[in-house]
Design a protein around this ligand. Structure first.
Ligand code: DUC
Ligand code: ZN
Ligand code: ZN
Length: 466
């Protein structure tokens, strides 16, 4: 079965050039010049004239059906991966969760069961360690051998997922031995909880106070501490959902010293802010409660994050997709912002929102592909199977129309949310066609795939380490 994508401009992390893409079954067979491809007898020919042909998006930070804050993220693996496909993402890496006193193995198996036979696109797992104990430390080695090569720890959420510095160091030492990447939610949760309680005691219960008490200094401090602990533990470190300029400075300084320290940011931290969104009238701000929080528009966080994306102090853009509906979910915190489940749904919009950075001159076209596809695949051991259009790679391909303009709305998104955090944002560029391992799953504004098309990806170690 041969498919030929003709007439497009193929974009990679290193450049852009006109080429036709020949696919055989589920793999890329060749990139051809238009003259060479004339002689090819393909079963299906897709016209990509005037469009970009890019490797499918790789979103390495999603939380499908995550139990959190007394409720569960509203996208399950079926709906959430379908929404991802609509937005040009063809691989996700989601987080299985182990809490204190639970077995890592049992919880991982539970996450495998949730995803099995449900996904529209390929998927892998990181493991969240909420309880670092002797058994969990040993289980880290077993998981690495099974393709779970990254572990997320929390410096936030005391009493829930929080690990103290000793536990963090133990997990880092274990990672140093088995080659895994430690991913860190870097916010000083102990201090945040003090500020949050004081705010509520003053009657400051509205959603905006979620962002006010989660001070940027406390993200910066935790980022610094995580970096120092990783130096002592001698393991690679990946800071998730970095949102504050000060935290970025810490990452940049560590990288300048040559440390194996990496960071991602997310579209919400590039486009949304504390005053206009978290501070929206009434209870609307609840739709923007996520952690790390949206930052104030008065301190250059947005500009600094875009700069970090250009300079490679920020290596990846993922979403931290963790959607909740306003009704019955965000509403849990009507009286107290601490009870609002944390999370925003973005998995469908990451490729489009970052493409606006290209359209507006913040990043180059190859950098867009590098941040959204190639580097996440390399960072988490999936390259060159994922993240590139090259002979032998999986035929995960997106045909992107840079001239199609449209507006994001709850009326047209496919995520299971009763609002859109990006309502009304005008987008230049559109995901026209999506192929997942050679099969067309989105075309002509139709979803053509099936639940269960997606396969589990057994990952290798990060390909950024020496
Ligand atoms: N942050 C969120 O916004 N949601 C889930 C977990 C997290 O750390
Ligand atoms: Zn987090
Ligand atoms: Zn997360």
């Amino acid at each position: 079965m041969k498919t030929l994508i003709k007439g497009g401009e193929v974009i990679s992390a290193t450049g852009a050039s006109p080429a036709d893409v020949l696919i055989e079954d589920d793999k890329i067979l060749a990139l051809l010049s238009p003259e060479t491809s004339l002689g090819i007898d393909a079963d299906t020919v897709i016209d990509a004239t005037g469009k970009y042909v890019i490797p499918g998006g790789v979103d390495v930070h999603t939380h499908m059906e995550l139990p959190f804050g007394g409720t569960t993220a509203s996208d399950d693996f079926e709906n959430g991966t379908r929404a991802a496909a609509w937005g040009g993402t063809t691989t996700i890496v989601d987080f299985a969760v182990q809490n204190e006193g639970e077995s890592v193995r049992e919880k991982l198996d539970l996450w495998f069961a949730k995803a099995e036979g449900r996904c529209a696109i390929d998927y892998g797992f990181h493991m969240i360690l909420g309880g670092v104990d002797e058994v969990a430390l040993k289980e880290m080695d077993t998981l690495v051998a099974e393709g779970i090569t990254s572990f997320k720890l929390f410096m936030a959420y005391p009493g829930v997922l929080y690990s103290d510095d000793g536990k963090i160091l133990r997990a880092m030492q274990q990672a140093a031995g088995n080659g895994a990447m430690i991913m860190m939610h870097a916010e000083n949760g102990i201090a945040i909880d003090v500020l949050a309680e004081q705010a509520v005691n003053r009657g400051e219960t509205a959603p905006i106070y979620h962002g006010i008490v989660r001070r940027a200094e406390l993200e910066e401090e935790a980022t610094h501490r995580a970096i120092q602990l990783a130096k002592v533990g001698a393991c690679p470190l990946y800071i998730v959902h970095l949102s504050a300029s000060g935290a970025l400075e810490q990452v940049a300084a560590a990288r300048d010293r040559g440390a194996n320290v990496f960071a991602e940011t997310c579209p919400q931290y590039l486009y949304l802010n504390l005053e206009d969104h978290l501070g929206a009238p009434g209870f609307l701000g609840a739709g923007y409660v996520c952690s790390t929080p949206l930052r104030t528009k008065h301190e250059h966080h947005h500009q600094d994050l875009w700069k970090g994306l250009r300079t490679n102090d920020l290596s990846v853009v993922s979403t931290d997709h963790c959607p909740f509906c306003m009704k019955e979910q965000k509403e849990l915190g009507l009286e107290d912002f601490r009870a609002i489940p944390n999370g925003i749904g973005t998995v469908e919009h990451r490729m489009d929102l970052l493409y606006q950075g290209v359209a507006q001159g913040e990043i180059s076209l190859p950098r867009w592909v590098e941040l959204c596809s190639t580097t996440p695949a390399r960072m988490f051991g999936m390259y060159p199977r994922k993240g590139v259009i090259a002979p032998g790679s999986d035929a995960d391909v997106v045909i992107y129309d840079p001239n199609h303009k449209w507006t994001i709305s709850v009326e047209n998104h496919h995520m299971n949310m009763d609002y859109s955090a990006y309502e009304g944002i005008e987008v230049s560029g559109h995901v026209d066609t999506v192929l997942s391992r050679g099969r067309v799953i989105i075309d002509n504004n139709q979803y053509l795939g099936r639940a269960g098309d997606g396969e589990y990806i057994r990952r290798g170690l990060s390909q950024y380490l020496i």
